[in-house]
Every structure is written in C-alpha cells, then in structure tokens.
Write a protein that binds this ligand. Structure first.
Ligand code: ZN
Length: 138
C-alpha cells in the first residue's frame, strides 16, 4: 500500500468580513493515486470561516507550497525507454507529443520540478509501468 504524501502550509490573510487577521491552512495530498488539495480559513475575531477543495489546485496555493516547502524533482532512470516514459506522462498529464518531448528533456536535465505530491504522483505512475523513478527534494 502506497503511503500518503502530504504537504501543508499555514499563512495569513485579511478577513473579508472584519479585516482582522485570517488564519489559513492549505494542504496538497497524494492519496489513493490522486493528488487532492484543500484550504481552510478561520477568523478568530468574528468567526468567519471558509473551506475550499476540489478541482484544479489554485495557483496561489501552489505558489505558496513551492516557495515555502521547496520544489521536488522527478528523477527517472536514464536507461529507461523514452517511449515508456512518454506514454505514462502523456496519459497522466493529458499533454501532446511536443509538450511531452520538452518535459522529457527537462527531466533528463534535472530541471523539471513541482510540488512533492505532484512529483511523487508521476514517480509512482512510472514505477507502476516498470520505469524506475523517484521524487526527490534537492
Ligand atoms: Zn473576521
């Protein structure tokens, strides 16, 4: 059974109701083979609370995760067959041939990065197809 990979961050924002400091939490998790996220905000002053999840990861949350937790990199066995790697990446990311070729070059050069749950997701999909791959944090 694959372990859950999760990254959480805390941050603050202005309360939309009273202007006091809002306490916010954001988390991105790789669980049961998919990457999910949720956020929760709470105002201690007026009791305003909001929770959000589902759909595309908000770019602001992704930016916070990357800047506070640091990016992870995907390392793929350099002797793995490109066609096998490309098949997995195209299927999982829904990208075209030109994009996947660019991605492959980035991975080979060690410059492709993302959040740890995102990279771990791809590494697991690749391993499930027999390609040696790991997500690492430099
Ligand atoms: Zn408030």
């Amino acid at each position: 059974m694959d372990q859950t990979v999760s990254e959480a961050i805390g941050y603050s924002a202005g309360c939309p109701d009273c202007g006091a400091e809002l306490e916010c939490w954001g988390v991105q998790t790789l669980v049961h083979g998919s990457v999910v996220w949720d956020t929760e905000s709470r105002c201690a002053a007026c009791g305003f609370a909001v929770a959000d999840c589902g759909g595309e990861l908000p770019s602001a949350l992704r930016g916070r995760l990357l800047s506070e937790r640091g990016p992870a990199r995907l390392q793929v066995d350099p002797t793995a067959r490109n066609t096998a790697v490309m098949r997995v990446l195209r299927a999982e990311l829904g990208i075209g041939l030109a994009e996947v070729k660019t991605l492959l070059r980035e991975i080979a050069a060690g410059t492709h990065s993302g959040t740890m749950p995102e990279m771990e997701f791809l590494a697991r999909k690749l391993r499930a197809s027999g390609v040696d791959a790991v997500a690492v944090r430099p």
